[in-house]
Design a protein around this ligand. Structure first.
Ligand SMILES: C[S@@+](CC[C@H](N)C(=O)[O-])C[C@H]1O[C@@H](n2cnc3c(N)ncnc32)[C@H](O)[C@@H]1O
Length: 193
């Protein structure tokens, strides 16, 4: 069976390629594992989506800002650039996006930005005066209760999914991002579920 030998022969990989394949497979499995664990894949919001989020945020924010599930860091970078006087914190559980966001920060330093590899549902969010999120329906329900910790008057902007039991102060729909909706909420104790 010369033709089988030919295929196997051609498919032979070098030790370097074999290591690379194993690393890529392990990385993919790690990303999938955390997407299943959190219920949210690490999909970055695109440029237009990030602009919509920034548009819904006020020009001035009193204190630190948090991106709840910062993924690869794109939104944290934009927030840090727009609010140079505010601390911007990204919480991210999935290790690979978290490591990449650290690397991006090292390559392009933003002194007011930082990442924490932690579950934001277990973190103390009481110091944040603004929060952004781009999650999935299932993750929005526990978040709706968790956001009760934010100080009165804090602003929350959610990309694509509404907050269960909260009434948005403003909603926009962007056709360029597939008719995605963006929601702005203001923390008022009596609006929390
Ligand atoms: C769709 S990505 C959004 C990334 C970024 N905010 C953006 O807009 O580009 C959502 C991220 O939230 C993370 N995530 C979901 N639940 C989390 C939790 N409880 N704690 C920390 N990160 C979480 C996921 O791992 C995922 O990377």
């Amino acid at each position: 069976m010369d033709w089988i030998d030919g295929i196997i022969g051609e498919a032979t990989v070098s030790p370097f390629e074999a290591v690379l394949l194993v690393v890529m497979l392990a990385g993919t499995l790690l990303i999938v594992f955390y997407a299943i664990r959190t219920g949210v894949p690490p999909q970055s919001s695109g440029r237009a989506a990030r602009q919509a989020v920034l548009h819904l945020l006020p020009d001035e924010i009193e204190g630190p800002i948090v991106d709840l599930g910062s993924g690869w860091g794109a939104l944290v970078e934009d927030l840090a650039a727009r609010y140079p006087d505010n601390r911007v914190v990204g919480y991210e559980l999935s290790p690979i996006p978290y490591w990449i966001s650290l690397l991006r920060l090292r390559l392009k330093p933003r002194p007011n930005a930082e990442y924490r590899r932690a579950d934001f549902l277990k973190a103390d969010l009481s110091a944040f005066h603004a929060a952004t999120c781009y999650l999935m329906i299932g993750a929005m329900k526990p978040l709706a209760t968790k956001l009760n910790e934010l100080p009165d008057g804090a602003v929350i902007v959610s990309n694509a999914f509404s907050l269960h039991g909260w009434t948005p102060e403003e909603t926009i729909t962007l056709s360029s991002t597939g008719a995605t909706m963006y929601f702005r909420y203001i923390v008022r104790r009596d609006t929390v579920a």
